[in-house]
Ligand binder design. Structure first.
Ligand code: CP
Length: 340
């Protein structure tokens, strides 16, 4: 795809070459994300970070990524703090905000809403998650982390085997990730969920038609055997028609150290898009796995900054200028490294 000046709304926009391009630019961003160098390539640019649903990782890492490239960030974090609460349309909001910004990141609870907003925007819009539909930047950072983990095992992403566990119906990160995995060769996917929360049929069908192997499991212990990666997800309670219905699935599938040790190969990578639900009745990913050397969840969150820096650099056409506008660390960042 042509990145410059375009919206990033769905992983359907990418082919394998596009994904590899994003990853190459993300690799280039590492010294800046680690504060070993400073770049001011986006000095004077403004990003509007519009989050109409709760977020920690996506909102803050998009903001940090833009700051690390030298740009400034304006935050709107709730519908009630915006004129949407007074009945303003997404169309008008987009027309207004795009007059104040060079790029907009948006999260919204309704599927398709970010695309609707982007249609009216005069600057690029990046989807930070639209209801149960898609979460493109999460899927990219997940795949980037899988690539790192597999490289450490002298593998690439072709012939990867992965168990996707939990609420596969409403989990937008899983939906986007499955589409990206489909760009690689001979992937084996174990879909492990309650029968009512299975992956949408169109996503599974596309994978089968792409020559990948898809297996469905309704039992955790059976589904996690013989895979390279476990990708655990939270029950997306906020998407269910009622809390009573959501409660039926809470704590149904829990991965912990003893289940992992009994049923998985010793080097099976453990991932989760986060947040994990750490309340006692849920715990889909038990914190007794926190010291497990194969737990990659905080590598995922760190990689979110690199991947989001790459998206900004590509869309705003500054990839080739990042290093030209850079300098060694300041006194403060040098001190920060001494402290850590
Ligand atoms: N993974 C993810 O989207 O996390 P946040 O909801 O905290 O942004």
């Amino acid at each position: 795809m042509e990145f410059v000046g375009n919206h990033i709304l769905s992983v359907d926009q990418f082919d394998r070459q596009d994904v590899e391009r994003i990853f190459a630019v993300a690799d280039q961003m590492e010294p800046y994300a680690l504060r070993r160098r400073i770049t001011r390539v986006l000095e004077g640019a403004i990003m509007s970070n519009m989050f109409f649903e709760p977020s920690t990782r996506t909102r803050v890492s998009f903001g940090s990524a833009f700051n690390l490239l030298g740009g400034e960030v304006r935050e709107t974090t709730e519908v009630k703090a915006s004129a949407l609460a007074k009945g303003e349309s997404l169309y008008d909001t987009a027309r207004v905000l795009s007059g104040y910004s060079d790029v907009i990141v948006m999260r919204h609870p309704e599927a398709g809403s970010v695309a609707e907003f982007a249609h009216a925007s005069r600057v690029p819009v990046i989807n930070g998650g639209d209801g149960p539909n898609e979460h493109p930047s999460q899927a990219l950072l997940d795949l980037y982390t899988m690539r790192q983990e597999m490289n450490g095992r002298d593998r690439n992403l072709d012939r990867l085997s992965i168990a996707l566990i939990g609420d596969l119906k409403y989990g937008r990160a899983v939906h986007s990730l499955c589409k990206l995995l489909g760009l690689y060769e001979n992937i084996r996917l174990h879909f492990v969920s309650p029968p009512e929360l299975e992956i949408p049929a169109d996503i599974a069908d596309d994978l089968v038609h792409g020559g990948h192997e898809v297996r469905t499991f309704h039992n955790l212990e059976e589904g996690i055997h013989d895979v390279d990666i476990l990708y655990v997800t939270r029950t997306q309670e906020e998407r269910f028609p009622s809390q009573d219905e959501a409660d039926r699935y809470r704590g149904l599938f829990r991965l912990n150290e003893s289940i992992y040790t009994e049923h998985c190969e010793p080097n099976t990578v453990i991932m989760h898009p986060l947040p994990r639900d750490s309340r006692s009745q849920a715990q889909e990913l038990d914190d007794d796995l926190n010291q497990n050397p194969n737990l990659a969840i905080f590598k995922q969150t760190d990689n979110g900054v690199l991947v989001r820096m790459a998206l900004f650099a590509l869309v705003l056409d500054v990839v080739d200028e990042v290093d030209n506008h850079s300098q060694p660390v300041t006194w403060f960042t040098a001190k920060r490294h001494q402290l850590s």
